[in-house]
Design a protein around this ligand. Structure first.
Ligand code: NAP
Length: 312
């Protein structure tokens, strides 16, 4: 179904960047249409509690935060469409945005905020216990592991950086890495080596994540151990832990824009400092364009910046 109206502004994605872009463009009278995608709120929606977003000293849950973002954008007139963008055409202006439900929109300007997805291990227990001891964000959830033992999975910069952050809270942080050599930068490796709370399980993989409770009897699930395999000896054993933090990379949700926008080797949409992509009139903000900061507050800031540039 083609809508012959040309929208002034279409925002693709409903994470902190998308909702903030919707809020700013609505207040600038651009009458934005935000198309949510399948996971409304993005990664923050699966975060148990957000304590580092300024203005909320008591913290709030990820879903509460998403609800507030949406409410605030709608208060100023942003229209929210629960649909999934399946293709775009940025080669002609106005741009074309098509959705999974068969709608086709035309837009003068587009802000892309489709985020990134943390890579999953794909082992039993990972999905079930996400938010109950399994996490993809040390900065978000580390505080809940004060005095506890945790593992971080991965051998890159994220695993070591987040692992080092977790030592501020945890009793012990064991890095479980599939090889006997880290990929992380030397400076992080040196810092980790001199931290007495950091330990390593070299050439190990996680085969399963185990929890107690969570079986409908009113006790919430709680991770109690990870089943590890030593790849050198093939020994399989349960390693007691309270938390499993997984940092095996992120996949930017940019497939849709391949061939339309400049994308770097890791899959991130390339923008300049003002959030302009390689196509005039198309902007990007949040984790789709940011492999570095990946915080709710920085993504929201980038969404605001993209909106202000689009308004111009
Ligand atoms: P990354 O560099 O791709 O590292 C991912 C790690 O996870 C690798 O050690 C990899 O093992 C391991 N891995 C991947 N799939 C796995 C699986 N299925 N099971 C077990 N282990 C698996 O990702 P990243 O650490 O998120 O970093 C992404 C980019 O951001 C990098 O360019 C990094 O330099 C940058 N970054 C920089 C900073 C900083 O400068 N402070 C901080 C964070 C990230 P192998 O090593 O065996 O492949």
């Amino acid at each position: 179904m083609t809508n012959n109206n040309v929208e002034k502004m279409i925002i693709v994605g409903s994470g902190p960047a998308g909702f903030t872009a919707a809020l700013y463009t609505a207040r600038a009278n651009l009458n934005p249409l935000l198309i949510t995608g399948n996971e409304i709120g993005g990664q923050v929606a699966i975060t148990y509690e957000v304590e580092n977003y300024p203005g909320f000293p008591e913290g709030l849950t990820g879903p509460e935060m998403v609800e507030k973002f949406q409410k605030q954008a709608e208060k100023f007139g942003a229209r929210i469409e629960y649909d999934y963008v399946s293709s775009v055409d940025f080669t002609q202006h106005p741009f074309t945005v098509s959705t999974a439900s068969g709608k086709e929109y035309r837009a003068e300007s587009v802000i892309i905020s489709t985020g990134a997805t943390p890579r999953k291990l794909g082992v039993p227990g990972e999905k079930e216990y996400t938010g109950f001891g399994v996490s993809y964000c040390g900065t978000c959830d580390g505080f809940f592991f004060r005095g506890k033992d945790v593992i971080v999975v991965g051998g890159g910069d994220s695993a070591l950086e987040e692992g080092l952050f977790l030592t501020k809270f945890a009793n012990k942080v064991t890095v479980v890495h599939r090889r006997d050599e880290l990929r992380a930068s030397k400076i992080l490796q040196d810092r980790a080596a001199s931290n007495p709370k950091m330990d390593y399980k070299w050439s190990h993989v996680v085969e399963r994540i185990n929890a107690s409770g969570g079986n409908g009897n009113g006790t919430p699930a709680k991770v109690v151990s990870a089943t590890l395999r030593d790849l050198k000896t093939n020994e399989v054993y349960d390693f007691p832990v309270d938390g499993v933090f997984i940092f095996i990379g992120h996949t930017p949700n940019s497939e849709l824009f391949r061939g339309q926008l400049e994308i770097d080797d890791a899959g991130y949409v390339i923008t300049d400092k003002r959030m302009h992509t390689s196509v005039h009139g198309v902007f990007a903000g949040g984790e789709i364009a940011d492999p570095v900061f990946r915080q709710v507050v920085t993504s929201a800031g980038q969404g605001a910046a993209a909106a202000m540039e689009a308004e111009k």
